[in-house]
Design a protein around this ligand. Structure first.
Ligand SMILES: Cc1cc2nc3c(=O)[nH]c(=O)nc-3n(C[C@H](O)[C@H](O)[C@H](O)COP(=O)(O)O)c2cc1C
Length: 188
């Protein structure tokens, strides 16, 4: 399976990068081809809402000339996309959100019977780390991510929220085991 991981934290050795590294190693061990994109190293603009992309069905069609069109192409070429983000103000990081918003250019005629998506049939998974717990904190981010599967015409492969994160050195064996179990779930 061709797996694309999108690291949405700026911290290359932070909590999210550490957990994502465990997932990537496990997926590689299962025989999958894994490519990571470190989003913070990219030039990422927000969606302009111009809807020019909606004129194009067979390609992303976004008119912006930053690094996101290449990432969108990588997403359409993947079987499984793993979004990995720290929880920032009850949502994903700006880097992940920029990519998500620009996936607006990957589907057309949402809510119509001829709704089509260049991501159709792909699987999407969501990994988040946060300093707090789940309740009154992480639910909204996961609910929004799950909802995104409808316009994308994708399958929800799985989700993992690693709560109470401080620093990578303090991530426990239990946390690692939970993360590996998530990797096994999404890697089938
Ligand atoms: C701008 C900012 C906003 C944050 N907002 C939240 C939050 O809403 N909920 C939470 O649990 N943690 C929050 N945190 C803590 C981070 O999500 C947490 O430390 C995370 O594991 C950091 O991941 P990283 O090491 O990959 O950067 C926030 C941290 C920052 C810097």
């Amino acid at each position: 399976m061709n797996v694309l991981t999108l690291l949405g934290s700026a911290r290359k050795k932070g909590n999210t990068a550490t957990a994502l590294g465990w997932v990537e190693d496990a997926l590689t061990g299962m025989g999958h081809d894994v490519t990571r994109v470190f989003l913070h190293g990219k030039n990422l603009n927000g969606c302009m809402g111009c809807a020019q992309c909606k004129q194009v069905i067979s390609a992303p069609g976004c008119i912006q000339k930053d690094d996101i069109p290449e990432i969108l192409d990588q997403m359409t070429a993947a079987d499984l996309i793993v979004f990995a983000s720290p929880l920032y103000f009850w949502g994903p990081s700006a880097q992940i959100k920029a990519v998500i918003d620009r996936t607006y250019s990957l589907y057309t005629r949402y809510h119509e019977t001829d709704h089509s998506s260049l991501l159709e049939g792909r699987r999407e998974a969501f990994l988040m780390t946060g300093a707090g717990g789940w309740d009154n904190n992480a639910e909204g981010a996961f609910a929004a991510f799950k909802r995104m599967q409808k316009p994308h015409k994708t399958q929800y492969a799985g989700e993992l929220f690693l709560a109470n994160c401080t620093v990578p050195a303090e991530m426990t064996d239990h946390t690692k085991e939970k993360t590996l179990s998530f990797a096994r779930q999404i890697g089938v």
